[in-house]
Design a protein around this ligand. Structure first.
Ligand SMILES: Cc1cc2nc3c(=O)[nH]c(=O)nc-3n(C[C@H](O)[C@H](O)[C@H](O)COP(=O)(O)OP(=O)(O)OC[C@H]3O[C@@H](n4cnc5c(N)ncnc54)[C@H](O)[C@@H]3O)c2cc1C
Length: 570
């Protein structure tokens, strides 16, 4: 057994464990990943990588590699009784994201890219090593591992993260019930298909015998087929013949589904835990929630769990944040899993052969698709659900705001939304936007980093008093939180920004007040954007007391040395 030492032990080198490891390493925090398999998994499983996950991959620096191996998908096409009913597209341009499509890529390739990324950052992945048991103590977790030579190792870590999939040993040791139920049994098939359908779309075939969905692989002619009725007898030849007949009849022309290269009959599980953390242990990905593949969200949601946890864990291990910050992980992500289970169930029912209304869905869809405003509204809704771009954490304990009317008083009748209109609410994702047309600079160029970004908006006619307040904020930030918070001054003043501000912070010229307007800042104001790109805090006008009260609640002033706990054999 290799002896990698770290404060953080990640169980499972699936996509979620590898994302967490890659992110911790990007923050400069080492971790140890153990994986019970001796060889990486080769089956395709998850295919769709949606917009929010692509943003995560951009921040990680692996997006180009992922994209170069992926098939872009822009829409859903639907067929019934020999007719193309129409399409729902993915209007991503409405969501302020650099992603331009969904990317379809086999999970084995995604895992390979993630694994290479972790190794390139000096990460440690030990294959053939399994978690056997662990016990939590007030300041550490004692763990027993076993390798494929049956050798046991005992060690102590500060934090343990179970990214060990649907049958999670970590979840079982924590005695967390996996609440939910088994649902229908479906079939997934990977096969070469001969037809003349475009491969930049998900294809849906509706027939009296049920629904078949087809998802493109990047490899020419290869498709993932999802069949909601299991053919009998269940063997490769029958499956190929049944799918050929069924899809051919729906398209009203001959097609050929070849003998599958892989197929799996699976029972949909819709389950989740009630909490994703217990003291020093966390769960992420399938270990915490599993759901119907109809929504294509398993891998995506798990990667976003890891992205949410990584920055919090990194700052705590580095001594830059209080341990209480970690409590926000489950409070933010568990409601997302709960929502996902509900929406995945709905997606399942929409194509389930057991749903008596499904047979009418085609004619309803045909009418909807003819009425452009309705088609567009549904396209937006599908895009919202699929991309996870509008997920937000409004009830998180680590988001907040402070606002006053221009008269300096709060109106009984108005709430924050009136003062930040439109703006971005605490806990919501900040979209990307062009901030300098000439230079082609985007907001994400500043945000996808490993620290908070404090946006200080000057307003159009900033007084000396305002500049003085901003100057003091910048000085305090640099003195106390210099390595955790970067400051960006967003100036809409036509006058020269006082040089002291220019010396201490980057300045974005917002002469057309576009950024001020989009952030809902009428005069001067402040937004603190978290490392994961969500609004932590906003305030207008600038009130430094409120801002620092917020920051001090979970960040530690000054930089504590990064401490590592070494392996203890006992
Ligand atoms: C047939 C199929 C089709 C799917 N289709 C889609 C899809 O279209 N879209 C989508 O988003 N999702 C899909 N999924 C789900 C997706 O594959 C999962 O959501 C994703 O793999 C979850 O990643 P994970 O890292 O949480 O868990 P996993 O991928 O399960 O990885 C967990 C890892 O932990 C390791 N491990 C387990 N126990 C231990 C232990 N005790 N010690 C050490 N290591 C351990 C395992 O060997 C494994 O490598 C599909 C899944 C299947 C099976």
């Amino acid at each position: 057994m290799t002896l990698c030492s770290s404060d953080i032990l990640i169980i499972g080198a699936g996509p979620v464990g590898l994302t967490l490891a890659g992110e911790l390493l990007r923050y400069g925090v080492s971790c140890r990943v153990i994986e019970k398999r001796v060889e990486p998994a080769t089956s395709s499983r998850a295919l769709g990588t949606h917009a929010r996950t692509q943003e995560v991959f951009m921040a990680m620096g692996i997006f180009d590699e992922i994209r170069s191996h992926a098939q872009p998908v822009h829409r859903f096409d639907m067929y019934e009784r020999g007719e193309r009913l129409g399409s729902f597209d993915l209007p991503l341009e409405s969501f302020g994201t650099p992603a331009t499509s969904s990317l379809f890529i086999g999970q084995a390739t995604t895992e390979r890219i993630l694994r290479e990324h972790v190794l390139s950052l000096g990460g440690c992945i030990e294959d053939g090593v399994e978690l056997v048991s662990f016990t939590q103590h007030p300041d550490h977790v004692s763990v027993t591992l076993r390798d494929d030579q049956e050798q046991e190792q005992h060690l102590s870590v500060s934090w343990l993260v179970g990214c060990d999939g649907g049958h999670s040993a970590v979840r079982k040791h924590l005695q967390l019930p996996f609440e939910g139920a088994a649902d229908e049994t479906w079939l997934v098939v990977d096969a070469q298909v001969e037809w003349n359908l475009p491969n930049d779309a998900i294809q849906m075939f509706r027939s009296p015998d049920g629904v078949v969905m087809a998802f493109p692989f990047p490899e020419a002619g290869k498709w993932r087929l999802l069949e909601t009725n299991i053919p009998e007898p269940l063997n490769e030849t029958t499956v190929a013949r049944v799918l050929t007949d069924k899809i051919g009849r729906t398209l009203n022309r001959p097609i050929t589904v070849h003998v599958p290269s892989w197929m799996s009959r699976f029972t949909i599980q819709q389950r989740k835990v009630l909490t994703m953390s217990v003291r020093r242990c966390f769960l992420a990905g399938d270990a915490a929630h599993v759901h119907s593949p109809a929504s294509g969200q398993g891998l995506n949601t798990g990667i976003q769990d890891a992205y949410n946890l990584a920055w919090k864990l990194a700052l705590v291990v580095q001594g830059k944040a209080r341990e209480s910050l970690l409590a926000s992980y489950t409070l933010e992500r568990e409601p997302i899993a709960a929502h996902l289970l509900r929406s995945a169930l709905l997606s399942t029912r929409l194509i389930s052969p057991r749903n008596p209304l499904v047979k009418y869905a085609g004619s309803v869809m045909k009418q909807v698709l003819r009425f452009e405003p309705l088609r567009h509204a549904i396209s937006l809704r599908i895009t919202r659900g699929m991309t996870a771009l509008t997920i937000s954490y409004p009830h998180s304990p680590i988001v907040g705001e402070n606002w006053m009317s221009r008269s300096g008083r709060r109106s009984f009748f108005l709430n924050a939304n009136h003062y930040f209109s439109p703006g971005f609410a605490p806990g919501s994702r900040v979209p990307d936007m062009l901030i300098d047309r000439g230079a082609g600079t985007h907001l994400f160029d500043y945000l996808q980093r490993t620290y908070f970004t404090l946006l200080l908006f000057t307003g159009k006619n900033a007084s000396d008093e305002v500049y003085e307040a901003l100057k003091e904020i910048i000085a305090t930030i640099s003195e106390r939180y210099g390595d955790t918070i970067a400051v960006l001054v967003v100036s809409s003043s036509k006058l020269v920004v006082p040089s002291i501000l220019e010396q201490q912070a980057e300045v974005i010229r917002d002469l057309e007040v576009t950024m001020h307007r989009r952030f809902g800042i009428m005069g001067n104001g402040v937004y603190l954007i978290r490392p994961d790109g969500y609004v932590g805090y906003r305030g207008q006008p600038v009130a430094s007391d409120a801002l620092f009260n917020y920051i001090e609640a979970f960040l530690v002033p000054g930089t504590a040395p990064h401490t590592e706990r070494f392996i203890e054999n006992y």
